[in-house]
Design a protein around this ligand. Structure first.
Ligand SMILES: Nc1nc2c(c(=O)[nH]1)N[C@H]1C(S)=C(S)[C@@H](COP(=O)(O)O)O[C@H]1N2
Ligand SMILES: [Mo]
Length: 324
């Protein structure tokens, strides 16, 4: 077997994602087989993802909301992804997400609000100025990145739908289209599609919650959740749901994807917290990408991912061990 030389952005296959450990043995073996196939396939740039196709965006930097830590290089941000709709390996989304078409795109808004309806994304964006925020993104699998996102405050967008007093939570759904999303066609998927997420209203309205349409100055690559996604930087990455087609205001706490899969391991709140370990691994440290076998680049994980000043008040009086 010919082992191709790997470009610098590839991550070692020995770094199996913890979620895959959750899969039962049969699924796990199938996953291994796929991983091996992946090794034999050329690992070069997929013909499909062309950074040159991304559109330039006009935006203003928002230094008050940005870290000055070193940014994770673009190549890592767009090649090392979790987007199970396109497969569970970190390089699957970069290979296959081009199979999804994101233009035109519309969003269905309903539930407890006075302006429900189906909105074209460009109409939603028209009245807003875009800003750039450099946030840390901390995955529950204990790796992290620093990414310059472009978008608008989620609160500014949600207010336009005029949520009423019964709106205690807001629920989000990703596109469900097995024709365009090969991971949704997989027999081995653990996810009950569509991918679902939700926030308490006060979390959604927090100044940090971001309705995101771009990164590194351009529109989002499909593998990062085009054409728009959430970014909720004080929570584990799985709350930052991608490629959203539905927003619903509701009184009840919504069922969310990872909580549905393994409720004893992943909670609704999912606040980054080094004091509360995952049942199968420590959350005290994280690998900051770029990270390699010889230089893993471990850093200490911060409570609320370092955003406590902005969000700790949301959880006053709550036991964060119970509400993980
Ligand atoms: N629809 C959908 N959204 C998703 C996921 C997913 O599998 N499907 N993965 C989540 C996880 S676990 C993480 S860590 C982040 C990763 O975002 P990135 O690939 O842009 O870094 O997306 C989140 N949003
Ligand atoms: Mo994640």
């Amino acid at each position: 077997m010919l082992i191709p030389r790997r470009p610098s952005w590839t991550i070692s296959h020995s770094e199996v994602t913890p979620e895959r450990v959750f899969l039962n043995r049969r699924k796990f073996m199938a996953g291994l087989a796929l991983g091996t196939a992946g090794l034999c396939a050329p690992l070069g740039l997929s013909a499909a993802f062309r950074p040159a196709d991304l559109k330039e965006l006009e935006y203003t930097p928002a230094p008050a909301f940005s870290t000055d830590e070193d940014k994770t290089p673009f190549e890592d941000v767009v090649r090392y992804n979790n987007f199970y709709e396109f497969g569970t390996a970190k390089d699957d989304p970069a290979r296959y997400a081009h199979e999804m078409s994101v233009d035109p795109w519309s969003v269905q808004v309903d539930g407890e609000c006075d302006r429900p309806g189906t909105y074209a994304l460009e109409d939603l964006l028209k009245p807003h100025a875009l800003e750039e925020r450099v946030y840390r993104l901390r995955c529950v699998e204990a790796w992290s990145m620093v990414i310059p996102w472009i978008g608008v405050p989620l609160a500014d967008m949600l207010k336009r739908f005029e949520p009423n007093s019964r709106a205690k939570y807001v629920y989000f759904e990703t596109l469900h289209d097995p024709d365009q999303m090969r991971g949704q066609r997989s027999l081995f998927s653990t996810v009950d599609w569509p991918y679902r997420e939700g926030l308490r209203m006060d979390e959604a309205m927090n100044e940090l919650s971001f309705f995101t349409v771009g990164l590194y100055g351009k529109t989002l690559p499909n593998q990062n959740g085009a054409p728009f996604r959430l970014v909720v930087p004080w929570k584990y990455g799985f709350k930052s749901i991608k490629s959203i087609v539905r927003i619903r205001f509701q009184e009840e706490q919504p069922a969310t994807t990872w909580e549905m899969i393994a409720p004893q391991e992943y909670g609704f709140y999912a606040n980054v917290n080094p004091e509360v370990d995952h049942p199968r691994w420590s959350q005290k440290r994280e690998r900051r990408l770029p990270s390699g076998l010889l230089s893993p680049n471990w850093v200490e994980t911060q409570k609320f991912n370092g955003y406590g000043e902005q969000v700790a008040h949301l959880y006053k009086g709550m036991d964060l061990r119970q509400n993980y």
